[in-house]
Write a protein that binds this ligand. Structure first.
Ligand code: ADP
Ligand code: ADP
Length: 226
């Protein structure tokens, strides 16, 4: 069970005059798939980065399962994250790319093998494990980036525009794969996009942001009806 509470969160960057995020108040249920949507600059990434611990929260409280984690380091938050510019290590094989974070954390060889094999199986990468990223298509590379995140087995999964570098056809098939992944892993997920169709097809609940504020929250149906 992992629920997330964002209680009246504000963010002002040190070098900025204005707040980038204002009174962001949201309560996310266990296993929910939440999508933040809104135009460029509305505060989606900033909010996600505060959740990941990569940016400080200026005001307000962020709780994971009722525990305030504002001052907890990213690596201690049990969060996996995938970015738009997923940099794979070019000199490493797919296997080693996926294993890297686990090696750093001193997992045993057997455990690493088990987790990487399982992730490769789920993502359809088994036959590519010994290839280097340059020998993969864009979609396969993005699946490796997803694999690198899911081997962590973290209960919270954050994705920041993970598909925006892919062509339209690939985006549609990756959407379905991410939705399936979410079902299989049962993670509490936040997905950031500026693509409304993506939001409508993937979300349990959509959070529409504008100028650093939440403008509307609801199921795709509720948001669509308005
Ligand atoms: P989005 O992800 O919706 O495109 P961002 O969270 O990146 O929006 O940006 C929200 C606002 O915060 C914007 O006005 C942006 O210019 C500003 N901002 C983002 N990052 C920084 C930063 N590191 N320093 C100062 N201002 C920033
Ligand atoms: P990697 O697979 O690159 O070794 P890890 O899975 O070990 O990354 O993640 C280490 C921490 O760094 C994570 O807690 C996460 O918040 C952050 N992180 C993961 N991937 C990235 C990235 N591509 N860019 C910036 N920070 C990242």
């Amino acid at each position: 069970m992992v629920k997330l509470d964002l209680d009246h969160i504000y963010k002002k960057y040190d070098n900025a005059e204005d707040y980038s995020v204002t009174d962001f108040d949201l309560h996310i249920k266990d296993k929910e798939f939440i999508v933040f949507v809104g135009p460029s600059g509305c505060g989606k990434s900033t909010t996600l980065r505060m959740i990941a611990g990569l940016e400080d929260i200026s005001e307000g409280e962020f709780k994971i399962d009722d525990r305030v984690v504002n001052d907890v380091a990213p690596k201690d938050r049990d969060i996996a994250m995938v970015f738009q510019n997923y940099a794979l290590y070019p000199h490493m094989t797919v296997y080693d790319n996926m294993a890297f974070g686990l090696k750093l954390r001193k997992y045993s060889k057997e455990e690493i093998k088990k987790r990487v094999s399982h992730a490769a199986d789920i993502l359809g990468l088994t036959e590519y494990l010994q290839r280097k990223p340059a020998a993969l298509s864009g979609g396969q590379r993005q699946r490796v980036a997803l694999g690198r995140a899911i081997v962590r087995d973290a209960p919270i999964f954050l994705m920041d525009e993970p598909l925006s570098n892919l062509d339209a056809k690939l985006r549609v098939s990756m959407r379905a794969q991410i939705a399936k992944l979410h079902q299989e892993l049962g993670t509490t997920t936040i997905y950031v996009t500026h693509d409304q169709t993506e939001a409508m097809t993937m979300a349990d609940r959509i959070v529409i942001m504008k100028d650093g504020k939440i403008q509307q929250v609801g199921s795709p149906q509720e948001v669509y009806d308005d």
